[in-house]
Every structure is written in C-alpha cells, then in structure tokens.
Write a protein that binds this ligand. Sequence first.
Ligand SMILES: Cc1cc2nc3c(=O)[nH]c(=O)nc-3n(C[C@H](O)[C@H](O)[C@H](O)COP(=O)(O)OP(=O)(O)OC[C@H]3O[C@@H](n4cnc5c(N)ncnc54)[C@H](O)[C@@H]3O)c2cc1C
Ligand SMILES: NC(=O)c1ccc[n+]([C@@H]2O[C@H](COP(=O)([O-])OP(=O)(O)OC[C@H]3O[C@@H](n4cnc5c(N)ncnc54)[C@H](O)[C@@H]3O)[C@@H](O)[C@H]2O)c1
Length: 460
Amino acid sequence: MEQTFDAIVIGAGQAGPALAARLAEAGRKVAIIERHLVGGTCVNTGCTPTKAMVASAYAAHLARRSGDYGVKIAGPLAIDMAAVKARKDVISGNSRRNNENWLAGIEGVSLIRGHARFTGPHEVEVNGQTLRAPQIFLNVGGRAATPDMPGLGKIDYLTNSSLLELDEVPKRLIVIGGSYIGLEFAQIFRRLGAEVTVVEMSPRIVAREDEEVSAAVQSFLEEEGIRFRLNAECISFEKRGDDIAAAATCASDEPAEIGSHVLLAVGRRPNTDDLGLDTAGVALDQRGYVVVDEELRTNVEGIWALGDCNGRGAFTHTAYNDFEIVAAILLDGDSRRLGDRFPVYALYTDPPLGRVGMTEAQAREKGLPYKVATRPMTRVGRAVEKGETKGFMKAVIDARTDRILGAAVLGVGGDEAVHGLLYAMQGGVTADTIRRTTPIHPTVAELFPTLMGSLQPPES
Ligand SMILES: Cc1cc2nc3c(=O)[nH]c(=O)nc-3n(C[C@H](O)[C@H](O)[C@H](O)COP(=O)(O)OP(=O)(O)OC[C@H]3O[C@@H](n4cnc5c(N)ncnc54)[C@H](O)[C@@H]3O)c2cc1C
Ligand SMILES: NC(=O)c1ccc[n+]([C@@H]2O[C@H](COP(=O)([O-])OP(=O)(O)OC[C@H]3O[C@@H](n4cnc5c(N)ncnc54)[C@H](O)[C@@H]3O)[C@@H](O)[C@H]2O)c1
C-alpha cells in the first residue's frame, strides 16, 4: 500500500510532534512515524525520569541532614527503590500519554508506529508500506554510545535506559564517564545507598567547564562518598564471579575497580545508521550526524534534520528550538537561525550547575579582552538560609562592550537563576545595567548586580 502526505516527520521526540502539529494547523496532511515510545529520549529514558529520581535522591539526602534543620526523624532511613522507580514511571508515563493523546487529537496528523527507512529522497517505508511526501523532517535522536572497550561484550553493562529499569539499588555501581549522565546518576544512586565510583578518561570531570567548576563538583560529590578514578586512559572489563572488574589504566599493577553493576555514560550516537539515508543521498558527518545549514536544511532539497541527530545541540531545549526555527521559516515567514541561540544548559547534580554562553577558558582561547567576577554561595543569603552553601557563581564580561560573554551558577537554584543572565545576553543588556537593577530579596539571582559590581581583569 502507498500513501501520500504533504509532510512526513520521522521520530516523535522533542521537535517532531510540535512541528507535526504546526504543519497540520496550517492545513497540511502530516504523518509522524515513531518506532518506540512517543516523547523519545527526554520523556522516557532521559530528562523526565532522571529528574524524577534526582528528586527522590534529594529527599533522601535532606532526610539524612534533617538534624541540621532541627528536625528529628525517629529510626533509620530506608530507601524503597521499587517505590522510587514506580514514582518515576508514573511521572514519565503520564508525560508520554499526554503527548500521545495530544497527537491523536490533532486533525490532519496520523501517528504511524514503526521503523521508517528511506527508499528514495521523498519516500520512506514503514511496516512494508510506502509513504511519500515532498517534505520530510528527521527527528530521530540518539542512543547511548557503546564504544569497543576490551571485555565490554562479555559483561552485562547498563546504559541510561536499562539503569532506569532497576528496582533494587546496585550495591557497588561503577560509572564510566564523568559528565552529565554519569554524574547525575552517580549522585542519585549514591544518595539512594549505592557505593559509587566514577571512572573518567580526562584529567577532570565535566571537562568542558572551567577548572574550578570541575573541581567544585568533584569536591561536593566526594563529600557524599563518591570516588573518582581520573585519567582512565585504558579501560577494560572482566567478569569476576558475580562482580565486574573495570581496569582503568593499562598498568597491570594498578588495582581494578570492582562493582556489582557498570553504567556506560560516555556520550551518545545518532540514530542515523538504520534510516537508509544513503538511498536518499543525505550527507552525514564523520560521527554520523546529519549535516544541516543554519536553517536545519540537509543537502537534499525537501529534507530537514532537527534535534540531537543534527549534532548542533544535545538537549531538549535545543531540539525544541530547532522546531521553532523550522516552523518560523516555513510557516511564519520569519528568518530564525541556529546562530541566534546562546548555549545554555544545566547539570542536575545537587547543587545544580546552570551555565550560559562561554566559559572563561573559551574567552581566553578566543583572545577576547574580558573581566571576571566570582562569588561563593556561602555569601548568598538565600543559600545560607536554606543550609545549602556549596558552589559559587561566576560571570565573564566583555571588557570592550560590557556585555555578558558567559556565566556559571553552581549552587542551589543555579539552574533557574542562570536564566536571568540568559535573557540579559539575548537582549544585549550590559553588566552596568544589571548592576543598577533592584532584584527580589532573598534570592540567588539578587547577587547578580553585586557580582557585576565586582568585575576584575583576569589574573595573568
Ligand atoms: C539520561 C539522560 C538525561 C537527560 N537529561 C536532560 C535534561 O535534563 N535536559 C535536557 O535538555 N536534555 C536532557 N537529555 C537530552 C535529551 O533527552 C535529548 O537532547 C532530547 O531528547 C533530544 O530530542 P530529539 O527529539 O532530538 O530526540 P529523541 O528524544 O531521542 O527522539 C527521537 C525519536 O525518534 C525515534 N526514532 C529514531 N529512529 C527512528 C526511525 N527510523 N523510525 C521511527 N522513529 C525513529 C526514537 O524512537 C525516538 O522516540 C538527557 C538525555 C539522557 C540520555
Ligand atoms: N542535564 C542535562 O541537560 C543532561 C543530562 C544528561 C544527558 N544530557 C545529554 O546527553 C548527552 C550525553 O551525555 P553523556 O554524559 O553520556 O556524554 P558527554 O559527551 O557529555 O560526556 C561523556 C563523558 O565520558 C567521558 N568518556 C568518553 N569516553 C570515555 C571512555 N572510553 N572512558 C572513560 N570516559 C570516557 C568523556 O571524557 C566525558 O566526560 C550530553 O551531550 C547531554 O547533552 C543532558
């Protein structure tokens, strides 16, 4: 059987459904094809379930610290991992169902379940059926990278997806990779009672960040009992009875890490290897990401790529922004572009790291004249009152224009507070204007004017 549509969207992740809805609203007949779960990674195996578990882990942490606040809990603390998982499943499941019901209710959108594969530049095959459309939008996302490490094929390892299915806390968890996924899970499971070791091949964790950010995050995670093996340039695995041994270096006299479970969190790979993109003539880069221009167009007329699969962003908000760019161009006659967006993200450890724009190291590498200011969270009233004073805030300002180049807010509420600086950057607001504003007391963001008032040239 063959069917013709005005547009086909492949993947119901973070950009596809919103785009399908906008196209249908504009009167187009749209097919959206999903091979697994509506909502994609974020809703089912990424943001939503992990942040639900971050909340459970925080509750456990706060309960352990309750005495600090003058609150006594009688008896020992117990973690009911099955209940933690059930809570996370309800939150994630509700989100998925809301997405499904919303899509099902949109006139002009057909949700087709199955794996899509190109059979030509403007036709795909799903479940043996051919679908044709002049416009095709890829939103196929990615999955956990599983590099060819010695011994990996002989052990049962976990990824972000399978780890979320555990209904018992691992006794000893070895996390390979010390970035977003690795650190968020490391702290979650440590707070839920596991012994946790993070094995990272770089000399420091979250190595994209400034050195003092990496050091502060490592230090507060170590205070909670998480161990780190850095410079792990030569990782291999071996089964030892019921346990797994992970060797971190090639030196045979260095002891291996012994764990009951291993989580692989060493990056993602795009779901572009089983799409038949060569048949359609769509160009990929060396890492398998779809090559797109500033308007998300691929090299093939009538094919666009949005979200993680284009390698131009790796977050839900960047995937959604890709939808906004494409919809603006195709439906609103508005000329939005990838280059309009500032890098912004959060690392959801506790305390979280909110980040926007450049790091200081990036400003230095670019040879930009800049000023910098930092302030420890111990000198932020709101943090002191909450009893959560770990971390610091830092701003990097262009010395010529007085505009913000970048900022890090590592501390309680940092994921929220950093937005004040994002909006300031988008609006071209200067540090001096921020210095003259009157923010709400007591908040974390109320210290931004003070921060801007303490800018200094970098130490040379
Ligand atoms: C553990 C974890 C935590 C995360 N936490 C955060 C966070 O807190 N904040 C944040 O911003 N980002 C977070 N992310 C990243 C975020 O999940 C992704 O950036 C986002 O989901 C990307 O959206 P997408 O639409 O590009 O792809 P996806 O959400 O991956 O969706 C792609 C969809 O396409 C489908 N698909 C693939 N191939 C085909 C095919 N051939 N035919 C049909 N369907 C297909 C897939 O089944 C999937 O449903 C996290 C990721 C992980 C793994
Ligand atoms: N809070 C969030 O927004 C959030 C949370 C989780 C995931 N994500 C998204 O998911 C993506 C993937 O996250 P991630 O943490 O898996 O990847 P990542 O690319 O951010 O980090 C991978 C880490 O693994 C290390 N590594 C790579 N190969 C290794 C090896 N062989 N041995 C040891 N260490 C190795 C790297 O040095 C790096 O520190 C991120 O790009 C991010 O956008 C976002």
